[in-house]
Design a protein around this ligand. Sequence first.
Ligand SMILES: O=C(O)CCC(=O)C(=O)O
Ligand SMILES: [Fe+2]
Length: 277
Amino acid sequence: MSTIQNQQLENVASTATPVYTLFESVVTETLDRDILARIGAGTLGAARVPGFFTTEQCDAVTKGLDTCDMGSYDEQLVQPRIAKLGPATYDYYGNVELPPAYWEHTEQSDASRSGLLHGGDPLDEAIRKLEKVWGGRVARATSKGRPMFAGMIREINAGAKMHFDEVVREFPGVVDDTPVCQIAFNCHLSMPSSGGESLVFRRAWKPSDEQHRDGYGYAESIVADEPYARVEAAQGDAIFFDPRNYHLVRPNTSEGRRVTLSFFIGITSSGELSIWS
Ligand SMILES: O=C(O)CCC(=O)C(=O)O
Ligand SMILES: [Fe+2]
């Protein structure tokens, strides 16, 4: 199943012992288990899967969104504003556990999202496809035994600062079954005709980076010399990358909304996939 043979391997070694950067960005209509494994293993920068959702499915969900009240990340912290439907564990970083407000918001947001795809749930559609690709169960991660929220609908029109996401480091213990790695899933339901691209750098957080905070993000200077994957998504495309690597979203530069169905995927020690937002 491995597609490694097809890669352009460039030996970047400075001595006789070979070593490979392995941070390609692949485009494939046939997502497979190995691609997800390589992202989790850190040997693939990003994968783009065109047509994960059809145009018609994307339009139905985006249109349905007009009937939903979108909230946002903490506007004191996350500037420019990022609108979202549903709670993020990020909203509760610093807490010892997920509070009652998180579970209430989970219930409300599941109810709002569950009818957006012609009366069905776009999250269920994404889960079905991922189960087929993985050949196994995709279940919500649990926190103290309760299924967590997954499947936020997010609108990032003015960009997102460079940051990383790593639940086991930012909210230790919140997920019951420690994921071995974390993969970001974003299916693009609507895209502007220009701008809104994502960059993923081949560089994870390290403690000394805290001297380079820029609000909720980090100064881009810390990745100045790192290889990166650049992803230009079109409507319907699903993007996968390891969000423990620094990543950012450039602002839209034309009319149009940048809306995604978003969650994180963990590969658990049992080999099942768990999801949360
Ligand atoms: O919308 C994107 O391209 C990436 C958003 C993001 O920061 C994430 O999914 O972790
Ligand atoms: Fe992120």
